[in-house]
Design a protein around this ligand. Structure first.
Ligand code: 13P
Length: 265
């Protein structure tokens, strides 16, 4: 939790399989969560092929749309790719560097940095993902690993683009495993990310929101957003259930409402 508006982003990954089911999920989130989306920034990230249909459903709402990936070249002979420039016509957001892109599709830190640069250049807001593998976690190298990943991501990044950037800390061993990170671990690793941002951008580093991701659900989301350096969560599996997602939204809104109440005391 920080002074920034909280953000809850839904990464639907390779789900749902049909356009009808995707539309139903988007309508379900809107129906149950739209009121709360005035207090919490909400981003839904469906597969590419459902972006247009979901965009129509979200039209005129506060809920924003994101893609799960992009390519850095604007156009050309790159069969099967979708460029950041193309996405900018449909979405406000894009995820880059998700660990599943890194592990299943061979994306390196350098490739992710190119995607980030292209997405920022296309005026998209970007959720850039970092996170350590289980062996780095086991040997106490989490902070070092994410600091290095953050350094590569930041690359040549310009100060005026900082507001478009969100960094999601997703420990790879916590994704889809049901084994979420202890909040203290998330806190200390995210502190290393913030530190890198500060070294590079000084005070402006606070403009970058930091998310936690990895087995987040309604029952544990508050424990993360209560952390002083956490501005929200990136949700996988639990975002495929509109009721569960709306419960997470309510939990995040409650944490922030409580903080506002305390500040006013
Ligand atoms: P789960 O919430 O299913 O663990 O996935 C997290 C994730 O990878 C979000 O990008």
């Amino acid at each position: 939790m920080s002074h920034q508006r909280p953000l809850l982003a839904a990464n639907w990954k390779l789900n749902p399989v049909t356009a009808e089911a995707a539309a139903e999920l988007a309508r379900g989130v809107l129906g149950r969560g739209e009121r709360l989306s005035t207090e919490v920034d909400v981003v839904l990230c469906p597969p590419y092929c459902w972006l247009l249909g979901v965009a129509e459903i979200l039209h005129d709402s506060h809920v924003e749309l994101g893609a799960q990936n992009c390519y850095w070249e604007r156009s050309g002979a790159y069969t099967g790719e979708v460029s950041a420039a193309m996405l900018a016509g449909w979405c406000q957001w894009v995820i880059v560097g998700h660990s599943e892109r890194r592990s299943h599709f061979g994306e390196t830190d350098e490739m992710v940095a190119r995607k980030l640069a292209a997405a920022l250049e296309s005026d998209l807001n970007v959720i850039a993902c970092v996170g350590e593998q289980a062996d780095d976690f086991d040997s106490g190298r989490s902070a070092d690993t994410v600091a290095r990943q953050t350094d590569v991501l930041l690359g040549e990044m310009e100060l005026h683009r900082l507001r478009q950037l969100v960094i999601a800390y997703e420990p790879v061993w916590a994704i889809g495993s049901g084994r979420s990170a202890e909040p203290e671990h998330a806190y200390s690793t995210m502190r290393a990310i913030r530190q890198r941002l500060r070294e590079r951008f000084d005070q402006a580093a606070t403009e970058v929101r930091l998310l936690y991701g990895g087995s987040v659900k309604a029952a544990n989301v508050a424990a993360y957003v209560e952390l002083p350096n956490c501005d929200g969560c990136l949700i996988g599996g639990a975002s495929l259930d509109a009721l569960e997602f709306s419960r997470m939204l309510a939990a995040v809104a409650e944490v922030y409402a409580g903080a506002a109440g305390r500040a006013a005391e």
